[in-house]
Ligand binder design. Structure first.
Ligand SMILES: [Fe+2]
Ligand SMILES: [Fe+2]
Length: 134
């Protein structure tokens, strides 16, 4: 999978979310860059996963506060939170495996999954949230 290129197709129109999504794209692109880093690949990918794990806590909190503030229907808010939780669990497990020195062979698949999750979530679920805010 190639690097994600930020474009208007990824915008949801809420400034704070678009800026945070750009940072997530940068982190996920850093993971893609790791794949070309030869023997340093594993160490660099651990750093990237740490950055991702910490940034998604901050980002998901931002969105979840907006859901409360803008009175998003509980059905949508719950489904959105579940997507966040499932992704946070996945990232935390993958980060743990990388720390143990496992997953080296699966790095391309991991990078592709992060890329796909972000594009799907931002263009569907987060865009739905933006409709409540705008
Ligand atoms: Fe979200
Ligand atoms: Fe988001």
């Amino acid at each position: 999978m190639s690097r994600v290129r930020w474009s208007a197709d990824l915008e949801c129109g809420v400034k704070v979310l678009d800026l945070q999504h750009q940072e997530l794209v940068a982190i996920i692109n850093a993971m893609e860059d790791c794949l070309d880093c030869g023997e340093f690949q594993l160490e660099l990918s651990k750093d990237v996963m740490r950055r991702l794990a910490s940034y998604i806590v901050f980002h998901f909190q931002t969105e979840e506060r907006l859901m409360v503030g803008h009175k998003v229907a509980s059905k949508h808010a719950e489904a959105h939170r579940r997507e966040h939780q499932a992704f946070a669990d996945f990232v935390s497990k993958a980060a743990g495996r990388l720390e143990e020195g496992r997953l080296r062979e699966q790095l391309p698949a991991l990078s592709a999954y992060l890329h796909k999750w972000l594009l799907d979530h931002v263009t569907k679920t987060d865009r739905q949230l933006a409709k409540y805010i705008l």
